[in-house]
Structures are given as structure tokens and as C-alpha cells.
Design a protein around this ligand. Structure first.
Ligand SMILES: [Zn+2]
Length: 67
């Protein structure tokens, strides 16, 4: 009677944090990464232009982007 499964699910905090984490992963899988600048822009002699290395703070993926 007092152990209501629906009520206990609503107040569980770990469930909420897991959901937030999954939401971030979903964004990464869709290509919406949280990019932060990993290195200062360097001149790529092959490309003939400045390239910036950036890293996703959620999944750790790195990517170089020409400026
Ligand atoms: Zn990511």
C-alpha cells in the first residue's frame, strides 16, 4: 500500500542524472558535439591555411577545423 512504484520512480535522483547523461550522448550521436578548443590554431602547410583542433567535452572526440 505504501510502496507505490510510480511514486518512488519520480523521486529517484539517479534516474534523472542517467537520463541527462543519455541526452548528452544522443546529442553527440546526432553530431551536436560540445566543442572546446583543444589547441591553438596552427598553420597547416599542406592545406595552406590555419587549422584549429577542437575536442568534445562530453565524448572526447577530436576534430580539426580550418578557419
Ligand atoms: Zn561529443
Amino acid at each position: 500500500m505504501y510502496n507505490h512504484p510510480t511514486m518512488s520512480n519520480i523521486v529517484q535522483f539517479p534516474d534523472r542524472t542517467a537520463k541527462a547523461r543519455n541526452q548528452g550522448d544522443t546529442l553527440c550521436r546526432r553530431g551536436f558535439h560540445k566543442w572546446v578548443i583543444d589547441k591553438q590554431p596552427v598553420f597547416d602547410t599542406k592545406a595552406g591555411q590555419l587549422v584549429t583542433t577542437q575536442r568534445c567535452s562530453r565524448c572526447g572526440k577530436t576534430e580539426t577545423r580550418s578557419t
